[in-house]
Design a protein around this ligand. Structure first.
Ligand SMILES: O=C(O)CCC(=O)C(=O)O
Length: 356
C-alpha cells in the first residue's frame, strides 16, 4: 500500500496540500460493505438528512445520538472496525490516535434521493488528521469527494475519482484551509450509491470535549429516548388514519393534518411528561389544512411496535402509560432505537382554540 495512489492522482488537477491517498485491501473493503448493507436493512429505516448514517464507538455530536452507535467489538460491525484499523495503520496514525477516542461514521449516499454532504471543514473538537475510506462508489463516472480552498487560500476546486478501497487522509492546509463536500451529479439516474467510512478522533485536551466524552462513557444514551411522530389518529372516532401512505395528507372529512414523507426523529429526556411530548408533537405537525378549519390538539399516542408493547398496540393517554411504554422499550431494546409514536388527535371547540 502506498501513501499516494498514482491512479487517483492522475484524475485530479491539483490536490490540496496535506491530502494523502492510499489503497485498502479489497477483501476487507468488500466484507465491510456487506456489513453496511446488513445494518442498513435492520437499523437505518426512515432516516431523514442529507445522507444515511451510523456511528462506531462514539456518536457525533457527543451526547446527541440521532443514529445507531455500535460499540467497538460489536459483531455487526467487526469488518468495518477492521477496515477503520487498517486505514489508521495505512496513514501511520496508530501511534498518534488511540481507538478509544475514534469517532467513525458510515455515510450512505444514494442517487435516488439526491444525497449529499455540504461544503464544510471538520470541527475543531477533532484532532488534526481526518481519514476516510470509500467502501462503494457505483456512480457511472465515479465522482467522489470534492475539495475547494477557502477565501484565504489559493487553488482550484478538485474532485476525486473514486473506486471502492480508495483511502484518503487530510491534515494541515487540506484540513483547515480547504473545505470538502460531495453531491450526487444532477443528471444521475438509477440506483447508484457512494458509501464511505470517515474517521476522526476527539481531542481529549479540550476540557469541554473531555467532559462530554466522560459523560457518554458513564451514561451512554441513558436518560434519553429518540421518538418519531407518525401521523395522526383521531381520538374517539371510527376513522383511523394509518401510517404507511408516505408523504400523503392524512385526511378524514373532519380532520386533515399533513405529515412530511419521513417524519424526523427527536431526542428527548426520558423523564419528560406526556404533556411535554404532546406539545412537541403538536409543534412538529404541520398546520391543519382542513378547509373546515377544525382545530385540534395532540391528546396522546398509540404505539404499534410489538417489541415495545409485548404484541398489542398500546394507547398512551396519560403519564402512567407513557412511563410504562418507556420502561418496556428501554428494557427490551438495548440500543434504544427510535420509538415510533402514532399521534392521537382530539378535536377541540373553536372558541377554546381561539383562546389558546
Ligand atoms: O463521505 C465522505 O467522504 C466525507 C464525509 C465527511 O466529510 C464527514 O463526515 O465530515
Amino acid at each position: 500500500m502506498t501513501l499516494t495512489s498514482p491512479r487517483l492522482a492522475r484524475h485530479v488537477c491539483s490536490l490540496p496540500p496535506g491530502l494523502h491517498l492510499a489503497r485498502l485491501p479489497a477483501a476487507l473493503v468488500e466484507a465491510a460493505a456487506r456489513e453496511v448493507t446488513q445494518i442498513e436493512s435492520q437499523w437505518l429505516d426512515g432516516q431523514m438528512g442529507e445522507n444515511v448514517v451510523f456511528h462506531l464507538n462514539l456518536p457525533f455530536p457527543l451526547g446527541f445520538p440521532t443514529a445507531p452507535v455500535f460499540r467497538l467489538g460489536s459483531e455487526e460491525t467487526a469488518c468495518i472496525e477492521r477496515l477503520a484499523c487498517a486505514a489508521r495503520a495505512a496513514f501511520a496514525l496508530e501511534d498518534r490516535y488511540p481507538l478509544e477516542t475514534m469517532h467513525a461514521i458510515v455515510r450512505i449516499y444514494s442517487a435516488k434521493d439526491g444525497s449529499k454532504i455540504g461544503w464544510h471543514k471538520d470541527k475543531r473538537c477533532f484532532e488534526e488528521c481526518v481519514a476516510g475510506v470509500v467502501m462503494e462508489n457505483s456512480l457511472p463516472r465515479r465522482e467522489g469527494l470534492r475539495f475547494r480552498p477557502d477565501e484565504a487560500h489559493l487553488g482550484d476546486e478538485v474532485g476525486l475519482v473514486e473506486r471502492s478501497g480508495d483511502g484518503f487522509m487530510f491534515e494541515g492546509e487540506a484540513r483547515h484551509g480547504w473545505e470538502h463536500g460531495f453531491s450526487m451529479p444532477q443528471d444521475i439516474e438509477g440506483e447508484h450509491r457512494r458509501v464511505t467510512l470517515t474517521m476522526r478522533w476527539y481531542r481529549t485536551n479540550d476540557p469541554a470535549t473531555a467532559s462530554k466524552l466522560a459523560k457518554w462513557r458513564r451514561e451512554g444514551q441513558h436518560g434519553k429516548i429518540c421518538v418519531q411522530f407518525l401521523g395522526p389518529e383521531r381520538s374517539g372516532s371510527d376513522v383511523r388514519e394509518r401510517e404507511g401512505t408516505g408523504g400523503a395528507d392524512y385526511a378524514s372529512s373532519a380532520l386533515r393534518v399533513s405529515m412530511p414523507p419521513e417524519p424526523p426523529k427527536h431526542v428527548v429526556p426520558e423523564e419528560w411528561s406526556l404533556k411535554k411530548l404532546c406539545n412537541l408533537a403538536a409543534t412538529k405537525l404541520r398546520r391543519p389544512t382542513s378547509t373546515a378549519g377544525v382545530p385540534w390538539a395532540v391528546q396522546g399516542f398509540e404505539c404499534h411496535e410489538g417489541a415495545s408493547t409485548g404484541g398489542a398496540p398500546v394507547r398512551v393517554l396519560d403519564d402512567l402509560a407513557w412511563r410504562q411504554l418507556c420502561a418496556n422499550h428501554i428494557a427490551l431494546r438495548e440500543m434504544r432505537p427510535v420509538l415510533r409514536l402514532q399521534v392521537v388527535l382530539e378535536e377541540i371547540a373553536p372558541w377554546v382554540a381561539q383562546v389558546d
